[in-house]
Design a protein around this ligand. Structure first.
Ligand SMILES: [Zn+2]
Length: 246
């Protein structure tokens, strides 16, 4: 989730306090946390205070919606959904023009088709759209020991479903295909999650680091997309990432 938060705000975890699948707006006091442990419930009570959604106006969906685009939010994880109001970027789900949560844990065979169908319907219904579609191969193998097998198959299925989206996109549509992480080569860890993996038909400069800019990171996704839309923001909301556009 920290990577999704970065990708949707362009802000770093030190600013959003979204370090994990939950986040805190306050600095964490470890002494108070320890004291708030409830053996009965098996949770630290204080954690409830930290579960807060990032403000909607921190997200690129908000800025793009302000440009009269309709926002469609079709997701497969509860912490980016309307259901979990305190998920780090669930504010987008709350404010989107259309929203669907469909999770593989409820329907592993059809969840992905339901999301794709909803996205296709939304694209056809709205001449100006900004769609976020989150498939979930993680569920089938976030780490091999967590969910054995199926990861590779689910990546292929996501690829095929994405093809159905591409088939209905109006001419001139821009697409960004990305992920919050892959696996470290030959291992089941995600230590390189901050590195970018992105395929797009935006006019990006694949060799931009030759002009002295640092190597791209996932935080650059928001900066790139907002640059494409011509969104400029005042501090402190300006993306910390760099635009990859040519
Ligand atoms: Zn994951």
């Amino acid at each position: 989730m920290p990577q999704w938060t970065k990708q949707h705000t362009g802000l770093v975890s030190e600013e959003t306090l979204a370090y994990g699948n939950v986040h805190a707006h306050k600095r964490i006091d470890p002494v108070k946390v320890a004291a708030s442990w409830s053996p009965k419930l098996g949770i630290h009570f204080m954690i409830r205070e930290w579960y807060k959604s990032l403000p909607y106006d921190w997200t690129m969906a908000h800025h793009i919606q302000n440009l009269d685009y309709k926002v469609g939010w079709f997701v497969s994880k509860s912490y980016v959904s309307h259901k979990e109001k305190n998920g780090p970027i669930s504010a987008v789900a709350v404010n989107a023009d259309q929203y669907l949560l469909s999770e593989p844990k409820n329907d592993p065979k059809r969840y992905i088709t339901q999301l794709t169908n909803a996205a296709i319907q939304f694209i056809k219904a709205n001449p100006k759209f900004f769609v976020f579609l989150l498939h979930n191969p993680d569920y089938f193998g976030h780490r091999p020991e967590e969910y054995p097998g199926g990861y590779d198959r689910e990546i292929r299925r996501a690829d095929a479903e994405f093809g159905r989206i591409l088939a209905v996109l109006p001419e001139g549509s821009k697409v960004v295909l990305t992920a919050d992480h892959g696996f470290d080569i030959g291992r089941d860890t995600h230590l390189n999650a901050w590195k970018i993996w992105m395929a797009t038909n935006l006019e990006i400069d694949p060799y931009f680091y030759r002009s002295g800019r640092r190597v791209a990171e996932s935080i650059d996704v928001a900066a790139t997309i907002m640059d494409h839309f011509g969104v400029t923001l005042p501090e402190p909301l300006q993306p910390r990432g760099q635009s990859l556009l040519k």
